[in-house]
Design a protein around this ligand. Sequence first.
Ligand code: PLP
Length: 368
Amino acid sequence: MIYLDHAATSPMRPQARAAMEPFLGDTFGNPSGVHGVSRRAKNAVEEARERASAILGCSPGEIVFTGGGTESDNLAVKGRALLGGGGIVTTAVEHEAVLEAARFCERLGSKLAILEVDAQGRVDPDRVAGVAGDDTAIVSVMAANNETGVLQPLGEIRTAMSGRTALHTDAVQSFVSQSVDLAGLDLVSLSGHKLGGPKGVGLLYVREGVALEPLVHGGGQELGRRSGTLNVAGIVGMVAAMEAAVADRERFRSEVGAARDVFEAKLAGVTTPTLDTARLVQHSHLRFGGLRNETLLVLLDRVGIAASAGSACSSGAATVSHVLSAMGMTSAEARECLRFSFGWSSTVAEAEEAARRIVEVLERQSGS
Ligand code: PLP
C-alpha cells in the first residue's frame, strides 16, 4: 500500500516506539503516587514535559498534556469561553474540534463569530482584529488547514491583535514541517499521532497567566487544568516523536516536499490544483474533473493507494467538506477533490509510482 494519508495519521516513528517500550512493561507506575514505582513514571513525564518545553521555547509549567488534538482544541476554546462567558472568534475552515467546541459554548451563551475566508481558505487578519472586542475570550485560527494544507497569516494576525485577547492556534498539521513561534500566541494545540507518535495523546501550550476553566475534573493532575491519570507511555512517545520530527524537519521539507511536487507534476495533465497560495509541503489537494471522490477513493484503494477526501477525522460521513464550501466551491466541485498527504516515511519513488497508478486508473475509467 502506498500510504498518502499522513494528515489522517502517520505511522509511528521508531524513536517513539523505542521511547514508549519501558512504559508498556516494567515502568508501569501511576505518576501521581509517592513510592519508587510511581516516581519513575513521574520522572519520565516531567522529563518529557521539559523536553517538549525546550522544543517549543516555553517553560515546562506552560504545557498541559491532553488526550489528543481534539481535546487540546476543546480545552482552549471551552476553557477560555466558559471561564467568564466571553466571546469566541474563529474561522469557517477550522477543524471540527474547534468549530463544534465553539458552537457548544454559543449554546451556553457565548457570542460566536465564525469568519469567512477567501477562495484559498485564508482569513483576513484585519477582519479578525476588527471583530475581536473587549468581550472576546479567545481568538482561534489554525496554523495550517488539515484538508488543504493552506497556511493562515498567523504572523499578521498576532500583529493586528497585539495581545488584546487570548490567541489560540491549532498547529496539529503544521508542526511536523514547521516550527511554531510562540510570540504573540497564548494557546497552541498539538497531537501525537500526526507527528509519528502515538494516538490519543496531545498537548496544549498555555502561556503563563492565561486562565482556563478545566474540562475534566478529578484528581487535579496537570496543575488542575486536566485531571486524570497521565498517559505515561503516550506522553513519552509523543515527545520522542516531537524531537524526531524537529531533528528531521530540514530533510522532511526538502525530500517529502520533493515527493509531493513530483506527484503533482506527474498528475498535472489529469488534475486541477485547487490552491495557489502558501501551503504545507506535505499536502496535495487535487480536483479530478468529472469524477466523484468517493468512487475514486475506492478505485485507488484497489490499486494500493491510501488517500482521503477531506478530513479523515469525520470519515464515513459523505458530507461535503465545510472547508471547501467556505472557500466558495460548489458541492459538485468539492466532491471531485481528494487530499493526498505525505509524511516522514514517504519517498519520491512512492510518489512517482502512486501518480503512475492514478493515471492508469483514470485511463481505465475514461475508457470504460
Ligand atoms: N486539529 C487538526 C487540524 C487536525 O487535523 C486533527 C485531526 O485530524 C485534530 C485537530 C484532532 O486531533 P486528534 O486526532 O489528536 O484528536
